[in-house]
Design a protein around this ligand. Structure first.
Ligand code: MN
Length: 231
């Protein structure tokens, strides 16, 4: 194939215990999937799941044992952290029932749905798309993917985030309003899922701002930590 310019490098994420990387196809995100976070955003927490997307090359992949770099984005004075369980899809499918949804999962990772909250709030008020608040460059930091065989059962796993050693977010994956399997069912009714898709499954309560110089440490019990410095 001839191209008029060189195709972009494929965005990818490290896989724990493997030299091969997970090539990213799309990034889907679930909005308000923990009741306490829905409340802090001013909602009841009882509604069907809804989705938004980030560009595949918004990932900021960080290796285990490393501290990644997160560049403070333009246009915002209120950059928020949202720690999330990320589901990595390894098998295609559409209209996937929840009962067989987990067969489509390649692995899991810790991710951050970084948010320009001031811009997102402006867009919400005006009824406009969230892209500028959610889908900006470097908005999807992610740690290494742990394949399912090694990850074990995450349904009750603790999920937390610290900034400069101080805890900001702590909950349990058990608090998800829509489980991983149910999320895949809903998502795959709207889009055909492909190997390489990432699903950021939503954040628990305690979201807040970070500034240059902050050190973020995000964790989910059973998965590799995600550590980043904001510059
Ligand atoms: Mn989120």
């Amino acid at each position: 194939m001839n191209y008029v310019f060189s195709p972009p490098v494929v965005a990818s994420v490290p896989v724990l215990g493997s030299a091969a990387r997970f090539a990213v196809h799309r990034i889907y995100c679930v909005g308000r999937n923990y009741a306490e976070h829905a409340k802090e955003m001013g909602f009841s927490g009882r509604e069907p799941p809804f989705f938004f997307m980030k560009p595949a090359d918004a990932v900021v992949p960080v290796n285990a044992e490393e501290i990644g770099t997160l560049h403070y984005p333009s246009l915002t004075a209120n950059l928020h952290h949202e720690v999330e369980l990320v589901v990595a899809i390894g098998k295609e499918g559409k209209n996937i029932p929840a009962a067989t949804a987990l067969q489509h999962v390649y692995g899991y990772a810790v991710g951050l749905d970084m948010t320009r909250r001031d811009l997102q709030n402006d867009m919400k008020k005006q009824g406009r798309p969230w892209c500028i608040g959610k889908g900006f460059d470097h908005s999807a930091p992610i740690g290494p993917i742990t394949p399912v065989e090694q990850a074990g059962d995450l349904t009750q796993a603790a999920i937390w985030l610290q900034v400069n050693g101080q805890e900001r977010q702590r909950s349990s994956v058990a608090q998800l309003i829509w489980s991983i399997a149910e999320t895949i069912e809903h998502l795959s009714a709207a889009w055909a899922l492909q190997p390489g898709d990432l699903i950021y499954t939503g954040t628990p309560e305690g979201v807040g701002a970070v500034v240059p110089g902050d050190l973020l440490e995000a964790g989910i019990e059973g998965l590799s930590l995600l550590r980043l410095q904001v510059v």
